[in-house]
Design a protein around this ligand. Structure first.
Ligand SMILES: [Zn+2]
Ligand SMILES: [Zn+2]
Length: 306
């Protein structure tokens, strides 16, 4: 599951990289797909069906309520991912590495501290030559943004932004709501799509039929590709790994940040259940969970002794 998901998403990742030159046009593309879908579902199909009465009214009512609710959540998550800074390194940031090694390994004498074991890669001091600064753990330099990004996952053109510590949750919610919305649209336009291939009379102008056809194909394509991406990110969140780290991990099998599914999930979505499905964090979570600020990540207590 993890492997096939990673392969699928790697293709999407490469696709994103190939499209990077398009820049902000991607926002217009996303809004264009939303517009075509809105026309097909609301204005052309289920809006008029509200006047039909009876069972058709009931179906149209439910579809329209779901469609608009998901659309609000999708756009809210999308623009949160677009406009939230993924996290940059504070000026003069320094790791508290000496105390950490001293406290975590009381049996190791101070004369051995220079010889840090190679498998504790998270404790190695990393330096970015382009930014001329020390890198916090899990931080990576993004060549597109031209700066170091905290817990960088990947740079994706769909949100015209890096996905990192402070907007990863918003990006995941965008994927989640996009999958639900496009699946709803595909299912609700399926009867019309099938009618194209039947002999029966189909109501509507050629233009509106073409738009409905286009919306069905677009939303089906998005539902399928987002599903692959979503499955991969669910397995990444469950193992507390970023997309970049998933490729680095091939050489370092031990993973210090994996604290179990529940804690790994909370490090991305927060501990407050009321905030899990909206692109925001409670102030208390930001205060009590250093991982949400992107500079300090708890690791397995037994990791140093292994
Ligand atoms: Zn850098
Ligand atoms: Zn970037």
């Amino acid at each position: 599951m993890h492997r096939s998901g990673a392969t699928m998403a790697w293709n999407v990742f490469k696709f994103c990289t190939a499209l990077r030159a398009l820049g902000s046009i991607m926002i217009l593309l996303v809004l264009g797909v939303v517009g075509v879908t809105y026309y097909a579902v609301v204005l052309n199909t289920y809006g008029p069906a509200l006047y039909a009465g009876g069972f058709d009214f009931l179906v149209a009512f439910v579809v329209l309520i779901l469609f608009h609710s998901l659309l609000v959540m999708l756009l809210w998550s999308y623009f949160a991912a677009v406009f939230t800074d993924p996290g940059s390194v504070p000026p003069n940031w320094r790791p508290a590495i000496d105390e950490e090694i001293g406290e975590a390994n009381p049996l190791v004498g101070s004369d051995l501290n220079n010889d840090v074991p190679s498998d504790s890669s998270h404790q190695r001091i990393r330096y970015c030559r382009k930014c001329n600064q020390v890198k916090p753990p899990r931080c990576h330099h993004c060549s597109l943004c031209g700066r170091c990004v905290l817990k960088m996952d990947h740079h994706c053109v769909w949100v015209v932004n890096c996905v990192g510590a402070l907007n990863y949750k918003y990006f995941l919610l965008f994927l989640f709501y996009t999958f639900l919305e496009t699946t709803l649209v595909t299912a609700s336009l399926l009867p019309l799509f099938l009618a194209f291939f039947s002999d029966g009379e189909i109501p509507g102008s050629p233009g509106s039929l073409a738009t409905t056809f286009l919306a069905f194909v677009l939303d089906l394509a998005f539902a399928l590709s987002v599903l692959g991406f979503l499955i991969m990110h669910i397995s990444l969140v469950a193992s507390n790994t970023t997309t970049i780290e998933a490729y680095e991990k091939k050489t370092t099998p031990k993973w210090p940040y994996d604290l179990g599914r529940r804690k790994n999930f909370e490090q991305v979505f927060g501990m407050d259940k009321r905030y899990w499905f909206i692109p925001a964090y409670s102030e208390e979570d930001i205060r009590r969970m250093p991982a949400l600020q992107g500079l300090d990540y708890p690791s397995k207590p037994d990791f140093n002794s292994q």
